[in-house]
Design a protein around this ligand. Structure first.
Ligand code: PMP
Length: 394
């Protein structure tokens, strides 16, 4: 067979002129393996996806079992499919009663698209407010709210009536008005470089949205499923959004997402127009079965309870390294190295040393630590001792 890397370059649409070209043949737990058997620690969990680790046996078993019963049957929302129903029941039982209705979709971007449409439909308003340096996905609607002009500009015209505010700015809350359909926010900004909310910023944001009748949407695509030490970040920060969106870790490695809201708000998708949101594959039964198994693993193995201790251990062990800062809550951390050049040298050397990490879309001088939540304390010690050597050498 022709060299796989060359075929990858020849036949897969590329989005960068210098892809990393790391070839992975299999993955298990926190590790990924190349065809020659080189082992990498997946320090970013495939970008906050593999919270239960790669190929968790319970997730794999659920996938096999459902695939043998049935795969796709009919577009979303027509047939009663037990994997969807059982998952929605399990999830909503863990949420406040105002978040009891789940619309399944395929990805984080689509979940946010659905949430924005729902907010416009429910409020009858048009203005969408998002934060500078936010990331909500790559489709056209969420590209319109992308928190950075460089990434938006070449695709204009985009959605009108979008306004950006500064995350953590109390002054900017006054820009939210009775024209605003919704404010969409990551409770901890991910791609901005793991920026946690200050003090009671999210509470004040909630208060302002309620005052003016705007819906508050939390994008929990990256923060969900235990990453910040709570099942969802809104529980950590004690603020209940009107809609929240999930994806990434939801499927335990399978593609799935959802937006979740109240019955009252969600009911607006049933009329004027009917079929207010449509998807063929959203809530795919195999993905829902994987999602249920993954959620059960997170709860049964008490992974969430371990997050703060593991995050504190990373911080303690990395503190003596030559770094400028450690940001972020829970196991979504940014380690600041001071310059893009140093970061690039670090990422390359980390891969050579068997650690897979990444930078952030809007922060090119810090690397990401967002490992599978199953990582053990002794694995953290081993990883940190390698990281320190690499960091201090670049
Ligand atoms: N929202 C956030 C906060 C994300 O981090 C991402 C993905 N990095 C998305 C949305 C988009 O999700 P997807 O790539 O599944 O469309």
């Amino acid at each position: 067979m022709q060299n796989l890397r060359q075929l990858f370059l020849n036949h897969l649409g590329q989005t960068s002129s210098s892809p990393m070209l790391i070839e992975i043949e299999r993955a298990q737990g926190i590790y990924m393996y190349s065809p020659t058997g080189k082992r990498y620690v997946d320090l970013i969990a495939g970008v906050s996806v593999s919270n239960v680790g790669h190929c968790h046996p319970k997730v794999v078993a659920a996938v096999k079992e459902q695939a043998e019963k049935h795969m796709h049957l009919m577009v979303y929302g027509e047939y009663v499919q037990s994997p969807q129903v059982l998952y929605a029941q399990k999830l909503t039982a863990l949420l406040p009663c105002s978040l009891s209705s789940v619309y399944f979709i395929n990805s984080g971007s689509e979940a946010n698209e659905g949430a924005l449409k729902l907010a416009k439909r429910y409020t009858g308003r048009t203005e969408i407010i998002a934060c500078k340096h936010c990331y909500h996905g790559g489709t056209h609607g969420v590209l319109s709210i992308f928190g950075n002009e460089y990434y938006r500009n070449s695709f204009r015209p985009l959605l009108p009536d979008v306004r950006h505010i500064n995350f953590n700015s109390f002054d900017d809350l006054s820009l939210i008005s009775n024209r605003t359909a919704c404010v969409i926010v990551e409770p901890q900004q991910g791609e901005a470089g793991a920026i946690a909310p200050h003090n009671n910023y999210l509470q004040q944001l909630r208060k302002r949205c309620t005052e003016v009748g705007a819906l508050l949407i939390f994008d929990e695509v990256q923060t969900g499923f235990g990453r910040l030490g709570y099942l969802f970040a809104f529980q950590k920060y004690n603020v209940i959004p009107d809609i929240f969106t999930i994806a990434k870790a939801m499927g335990g490695g399978m593609p799935i997402g959802a937006f979740v809201s109240s019955q009252e708000i969600m009911s607006k998708l049933t009329y004027n127009p009917v079929l207010g949101h449509i998807t063929t594959f959203g809530g795919h039964p195999v993905s829902c079965a994987a999602a249920l198994a993954s959620l059960e693993v997170i709860l049964d193995e008490k992974l969430i309870e371990t997050v703060d201790t593991k995050a504190a251990l990373f911080r303690k062990l990395l503190a003596p390294a030559k770094i400028d800062d450690i940001r972020g809550d829970g196991l979504l951390m940014a380690i600041e190295l001071g310059s893009p050049e140093r970061l690039q040298r670090f990422i390359k050397a980390a891969f050579e040393a068997g650690i897979a990490t990444d930078w952030f879309i809007f922060c090119s001088s810090a690397f990401r630590i967002a490992p599978p939540l199953i990582i053990t304390e002794s694995e953290i010690e081993e990883v940190c001792s390698t990281l320190i050597k690499v960091i201090n050498n670049v």
